[in-house]
Design a binder for this molecule. Structure first.
Ligand SMILES: Cc1cc2nc3c(=O)[nH]c(=O)nc-3n(C[C@H](O)[C@H](O)[C@H](O)COP(=O)(O)OP(=O)(O)OC[C@H]3O[C@@H](n4cnc5c(N)ncnc54)[C@H](O)[C@@H]3O)c2cc1C
Length: 429
């Protein structure tokens, strides 16, 4: 194996490359960022959790990310810790962190959920289960963002209990015929591929009859329909399969091993959700305080109490995240703290919405044109989404209950029954 580059030298080179290719952000360290005051009425008042872009705007944002990612890939910074045989540099995660520490100081384009899903969940799952030809076909192309992949897992009757999914895959010679429906597929309208978990055998217990496929969206019989959100945008989609024929060479992993593929992908998602929980999604504590000052309610004892409770909640979440991050830097694999981090993140986001609703009252439901008021409706309406995405609050609590507190596991009566029998029993009940 070739000698590892010196990490400080690697970081310096990354910085030089970033300086040549991106605009630097004003230098602010974390302590200074915390000290920065929100000046009422200045700058953008956007506190949306999910954005409300048109498809044209969405595509323009995505294309900007694609252009940036291609540049980054060509310079050797897109697959730093990927194995060399897959096109990576074969370096450890500490080099990725060193690069990211530098990249965070620059303005780089972003476009919501699809790029992190595609590169953070789909590509490594292909790397984990793909044949050499499949890895060759998809990994580099996804990591350069020449193509995007989304996650075709959830169905109308299978979300938390994903193993109950019923999209059917029937083998026909060298092809598989897919019929069924997926739902809540983030980014499907802008993806070329989707990783679908399907049921190929109804006569074995539910976790054992699943098979995974990479499905091309240009395949006949695959139809994508946007879902309009209550906050206005349409980040999600329904995806219908009607006699969609997929060659066997697009099957990812062995027949009947789809659950392992799904769990691996969800493992990447959990790591991603808990690490992104440190990012600023929606409105911040400082913005709540600024709104309370503007509304003249900072001296109201109930509001003060609420603001203090919000502060301690957000601080505790921040320290928990830092503890997880420190553990990861020290080489620990993330454990159930990921669930705790996610739960605290969504709780903080929800509480922020509750406190601002108290502070601003009717102004969050009626657009009176005032800066920093009605804009909060997009935080309030978006927060419930993250309480569900990536494993709902209740599911995180189950994980903490079972794996941290050692409470008895939930009864899983259908675990060993053939899926078709379990379905019959559910219908009878
Ligand atoms: C923002 C967002 C993005 C998403 N993106 C994608 C995507 O790209 N691809 C994809 O496949 N899916 C996606 N999803 C779907 C997501 O994975 C599911 O919504 C989630 O798994 C929950 O499933 P469900 O909606 O069917 O709810 P259900 O599982 O039906 O749950 C309904 C309620 O019951 C509770 N509940 C369920 N089981 C238990 C239990 N055992 N114990 C206690 N309470 C329980 C839940 O917490 C919830 O409150 C996304 C969802 C959101 C909100």
């Amino acid at each position: 194996m070739s000698e590892l580059p010196d990490i400080d030298q690697f970081r310096k080179e990354a910085r030089v490359w970033l300086e040549q290719n991106a605009e630097p952000l004003p230098e602010i360290n974390e302590a200074e960022e915390e000290d920065q005051e929100v000046v009422w009425g200045e700058g953008s008042d956007n506190v949306a959790i999910f954005h409300n872009f048109t498809d044209e705007e969405e595509l323009a944002r995505l294309n900007a990310v694609k252009a940036w990612q291609a540049k980054k890939f060509d310079a050797g910074y897109a697959m730093i810790n990927w194995p060399e045989e897959l096109g990576g540099r074969g370096l450890s995660a500490s080099y990725v962190r060193a690069y990211m520490a530098e990249e965070r100081k620059f303005v780089v384009p972003s476009a919501g959920e699809l790029p992190p899903t595609s590169m953070g969940l789909i590509a490594p799952t292909v790397a984990a289960f793909g044949t050499p030809e499949q890895k060759d076909r998809w990994c580099k192309a996804i990591m350069r963002m020449d193509i995007c992949g989304c996650q075709l897992f959830s169905e109308p009757s299978a979300g938390s209990d994903l193993a109950s999914l019923t999209t059917r895959a029937v083998r026909d010679g060298d092809e598989w015929v897919l019929n069924g429906q997926k739902v809540w597929t983030s980014g499907a309208r802008f993806s070329e591929w989707g990783l679908a978990i399907t049921r190929s055998d109804f006569d074995v217990p539910k976790h054992k009859g699943l098979t995974a496929f990479m499905v091309p969206f240009d395949c006949k019989g695959v139809e994508v329909r946007p879902i309009k959100q209550m906050s206005g945008g349409a980040n999600f989609n329904e995806v219908f399969f009607t006699d969609a024929r997929i060659p066997d060479e697009y099957r990812l992993g062995p027949v009947g091993e789809g659950w392992r593929v799904a769990l691996t992908c969800l493992g990447f998602e959990r790591d991603h959700s808990s690490s992104s929980s440190s990012s600023h999604t929606g409105g911040s504590f400082k913005q709540v305080v600024a709104a309370a000052a503007w509304a003249g309610v900072l001296e109201d004892p109930i509001i003060r109490q609420e603001i203090a409770a919000l502060y301690s909640m957000l601080r505790t979440a921040q320290y928990t995240n830092r503890r997880v991050a420190a553990g990861m830097r020290a080489g620990q694999t993330p454990g159930p703290e990921g669930s705790l981090g996610k739960l605290m993140w969504t709780a903080g986001m929800t509480k922020t919405g509750e406190v601002i609703a108290r502070v601003l009252g009717a102004k969050v439901v009626v657009d009176g044109g005032e800066w920093g008021t009605y804009a909060w409706s997009e935080h309030i309406l978006g927060a419930p989404g993250y309480r569900i995405a990536g494993g709902s609050d209740e599911i995180q609590r189950n994980i903490i209950g079972e794996r941290v507190l050692g409470l008895p596991a939930e009864p899983r009566v259908d675990k060993d029954l053939p899926f078709s029998e379990a379905q019959r029993q559910t219908r009878k009940a």
